[in-house]
Design a protein around this ligand. Structure first.
Ligand code: FMN
Length: 170
């Protein structure tokens, strides 16, 4: 498990001739559900996306470094309506933890991922909600690109740790 954490990195070049199975995508949703959440509130849902037409619609939006068209599948993390939650202020923390679980579990399965931020950019949330038919009150928090990396060395361990970022007691 420890090594898997160090193996994960953002993948932006995928082998488009290989598809991640629906079963594996579902397993990544299961991993997301295992993440901690405030008061154990169940505040998230997942949308598995592997339809090229929908991916093209997503790619037509302004995007960051990764062009969504360069990946065959995605999981959209969806936040349930904050009005229905006990601790709505913690919801985006819960969603972030779930996202990390997806990416770590994927690395364990030698599947590459890249997180694409949606929330809190209002225009992006609105556009993604529309493309994915997300019900009123719920919101698209983020997208995770999921696929097999093109680069064979994609899962080499790396260490980003800077000991100067740590203090010991106070
Ligand atoms: C909130 C958030 C939003 C991000 N949005 C994008 C994005 O839109 N496009 C992209 O290619 N990468 C995106 N990333 C990935 C970061 O660029 C990446 O995590 C960072 O460069 C560190 O590299 P690493 O993931 O390989 O450790 C995002 C990451 C986070 C946490």
């Amino acid at each position: 498990m420890v090594n898997v954490i160090y193996k994960r990195r953002s993948i932006r070049k995928f082998d488009l001739s290989k598809n991640v199975t629906y079963e594996n995508l579902l397993e990544l949703c299961r991993a997301a559900s295992a993440a901690p959440s405030a008061k154990r509130q169940i505040d998230k849902e997942y949308i598995i996306i592997d339809d090229k037409k929908i991916i093209e619609e997503i790619a037509a939006l302004p995007h960051g470094t990764l062009n969504p068209i360069d990946c065959n599948s995605f999981i959209a993390l969806v936040g349930k309506n904050p009005k229905d939650l006990t601790i709505p202020g913690m919801q985006v923390i819960d969603l972030s933890m779930a996202a990390e679980n997806i990416m770590i579990r994927a690395a364990e399965l030698n599947i590459g991922t890249c997180f694409l931020g949606v929330y809190p950019i209002e225009d992006r949330v609105k556009a993604m909600n529309k493309i994915l038919n997300i019900e009123e009150g719920k919101f698209c928090f983020g997208l995770i690109a999921i696929g097999y990396p093109e680069d064979e060395d994609a899962f080499k361990e790396w260490d980003k740790f800077d000991p100067n970022t740590v203090r010991h007691n106070r």
